[in-house]
Design a protein around this ligand. Sequence first.
Ligand SMILES: [Zn+2]
Length: 350
Amino acid sequence: MTEIGILSQGRAAVFEEPIGPAGVRVRERPRTEPVAGAVAVAIRAASINHLDLWMAHGAQRVTPPRVIAADGAGVVEASGDPSRRPGEEVVIYPVVCCWECEWCRRGENVRCVRFGVIGEHSDGTACELFHVDARNVFPRPRALSWPEAAAFPLTFLTAWRMLMTRARLQPGEKVLVVGAGGGVAVAAIRIAKHIGARVFATSRSKAKQRRALEIGAEAAFDSTDFSKPVREASGGGVDVVVESVGPATINESMRAVGPGGRVVVCGSTSGVKAEIAMPRLFWGQLDLLGSTMGNASEFAAVLEAMNAGMRPVVDEVHPLEDVQAALTRLDSGEQFGKVVVSVSTEGGTR
Ligand SMILES: [Zn+2]
């Protein structure tokens, strides 16, 4: 079977030049009918991630032009697959994979040789009409608004795999989320609370520490030298640390866990090389775990949790025409939760 291409059509936010947010411009692209096995989704809202910003700044080695954004939610406009009908409200699983290899068939999409992220390894969801393999399309959780439905896919998928699959978080366990404010960190707080874990958070910003407390953290600390206060507040150390900062915090994260603790890493925003205290790793019986994105089955588990009451956090919503303002908001580092791009408000924002 030939792989189904991903196409972004109609008005679309296109990365054209690696000069930051100003290099992403709204352009018109031709519209076509979906091929067999694909669906065309009229996007209501998309959301942006740091990936889009890094790409706009030229740091992702993506050759322009490229339509940005991994996250999208909308209404099926036309379907080339019997599993989906026009009018169905859907969210998009933000992974590029072949769906046919041995790993994909076994449900391990993250190990597919074609594995990638929508909007980085293909065109993205910040467009009016998005063509994608019907297997990437899932029912929209009923209670979520369109901005909320577009806000959660990549970050909650990533945080879900980190906490539930990799770190095997259990109810009642203690989790530390380092660098609260970023999309994955906020998702990790929401997921940990949803399953009944206790949550601690760090941020360099007092305002973000307060927001972390509002969405369920029981204590929040500054992002420097946090291991001692975290060990004190948690009665000897947490069970799991969610790490995405890297060199600047990894040693503090490894000191913040108790014996046998798990440190799960999905990113490294402060640099690519870290020096770690090896004795802490083996003497502490620690698990140092890597994780990225997630499988379709993990995405389905996130949807189930959303239908059971879990909610994403939307920071700001900007219309597609103002996509540069959305990227600038992310560039400011002041956001808490997700920056959403509304594409069509036809039929209202719900
Ligand atoms: Zn595959």
